[in-house]
Design a protein around this ligand. Structure first.
Ligand code: UD1
Length: 419
């Protein structure tokens, strides 16, 4: 199993490019199932979760080709299988995103229930209830969600909880339903805007995306399109924290500060100087140790849960006391236990991690437990004394494209060790 060996103590300097957003690519790839013609996607990140989604689509009979510029052409106009098997779904919960498109287009879907997850129970009840409200018959049998519908119809759906993939699933389903669907208390994440724009480019009629009320007027058919995926705001935020934690000065290209306000405000509170313009963002810590900050995760536009592990790592070596409160997922603090093994002074109280910054973290062998937790541990390793060995980094490969190459480009000492 691959591990990353991270040498601490070097200040990150220089510039790198940010990849396309994982959490926009996955729903967009699922959305291809709605199209009656071929779709070409650019700025698709090369990630394990993307290859898993492509494998899932191919298992259904979707044709996928990649050209020399790494643009991906996907033809889901005719599929042979309407099943998402357990073997693929268990490695990536986002496979649930094929449920809405399959029922909407083919009237039939068998999608394995995702099962347990390292960051809490993460149910999919709201996806299922929404499809039922749109007229689907849904049963749970042999570990599968089996949904059937002649043609879905529009519905007025009010989500109990703000759910990102739940909003995406029903948004996609509604594009081909008969009549109007209104999604209330919808998630407002930028990736939902990207998905909606992609669907609109195929002929869908959607308004209100980016707000908590989305209206979809169903159409009979969606055509092909060419679409460029938005930049990854979580990857962007992760490298900004990497620079802050190492007291460095970096410039990130092919990205945007537009969707990162909550993260940028907290980095400024920590003492970072941040500048940005069209397509770029710069962070300069001017060689200073960050100040600890208080963050609380909430749905967009508030502070993202996918950035909390990175801030736990930063608070661990910052000046003063800081808190990280997790309100989206239960059990998303495994990285804290690993940070403690690196000398961090962090106390867990319910859903809050209270951290008294230490001057120096020390290296230790640590274990990545989920995607963002692994990013947090790598960042801690960059700031620690000595060499930190981060195990189980297949988690990080799910969501960060060429992380060690990009960090090396910024001057970090990091290499992949295989055994
Ligand atoms: C998505 C992101 C993930 C991010 C998360 C929160 C993708 C592929 N993944 O995950 O990176 O961490 O949003 O920003 O985009 N819930 C229910 N019932 C449901 C669905 C969700 O109770 O049917 C609850 C969950 O348990 C959780 C909360 O809603 O407490 C939010 O989860 P959700 O937004 O659905 O997360 P994901 O879409 O799985």
């Amino acid at each position: 199993m691959d591990k990353l060996l991270v040498g601490g103590g070097r200040s990150l300097q220089g510039e790198i490019s940010i990849s396309g957003a994982k959490n926009a690519t996955l729903p967009i790839l699922a959305g291809v199932l709605l199209a009656s013609e071929s779709v070409t996607l650019s700025n698709v990140p090369h990630l394990k979760d993307v290859t898993t989604t492509i494998a899932l689509l191919q298992s259904m009979g979707v044709q996928v080709t990649v050209d020399d510029k790494l643009n991906i052409s996907v033809d889901g106009s005719e599929i042979t299988d309407r099943r998402a098997p357990y073997d693929l779904v268990k490695t990536m919960r986002a496979s649930i995103l094929v449920l809405g498109p399959l029922v909407a287009r083919y009237g039939e879907a068998d999608v394995s229930l995702p099962g347990g997850c390292a960051i809490g129970s993460r149910p999919v009840n709201l996806h299922v209830q929404g499809l039922q409200a749109m007229g689907a018959d849904v049963v749970i049998e042999n570990g599968y969600i089996k949904a059937r519908a002649k043609r879905l119809h529009g519905a007025h759906i009010v989500f109990d909880t703000v759910t990102v993939t739940g909003t995406e699933n029903l948004l996609m389903a509604a594009t081909l339903a008969a009549g109007e669907t209104i999604l209330e208390n919808a998630a407002r994440e930028p990736e939902i805007i990207d998905l909606a724009e992609f669907l609109i480019s195929m002929g869908a009629k959607i308004t209100g995306h980016g707000s908590s009320m989305i209206r979809i007027q169903g159409v009979k058919r969606l055509g092909g399109t060419e679409y460029a995926v938005m930049p990854d705001r979580i990857e962007t935020g992760t490298y900004l924290v990497a620079a802050a934690i190492t007291r460095g000065n970096i410039r990130l290209k092919r990205t945007s500060a537009d969707y990162l306000e909550a993260v940028i405000i907290k980095l400024q509170e920590a003492g970072a100087k941040i500048h940005h313009g069209e397509g770029w963002i710069e962070l300069d810590m001017k060689g200073r140790r960050p100040r600890a900050v208080d963050v609380r995760t909430l749905p967009y536009p508030a502070f993202p849960t996918d950035m909390q592990a990175q801030f736990c790592a930063m608070n661990a070596m910052s000046e003063g006391v800081g808190t990280v409160t997790e309100t989206i997922f239960e059990n998303r603090f495994q990285h804290v236990l690993e940070l403690q093994r690196m000398g961090a002074d962090i106390r867990l109280e319910g859903n809050m991690a209270i951290s008294k910054g230490v001057k120096r973290l020390t290296s230790a062998p640590v274990m990545a437990t989920d995607l963002r937790a692994s990013a947090g541990l790598i960042l801690a390793g960059l700031a620690a004394e000595g060499e930190t060995l981060v195990d189980r980094i297949y988690h990080v490969d799910r969501g960060y494209e060429r992380i060690e190459e990009k960090l090396q480009q910024l001057g970090a000492s990091i290499r992949r060790v295989m055994n």
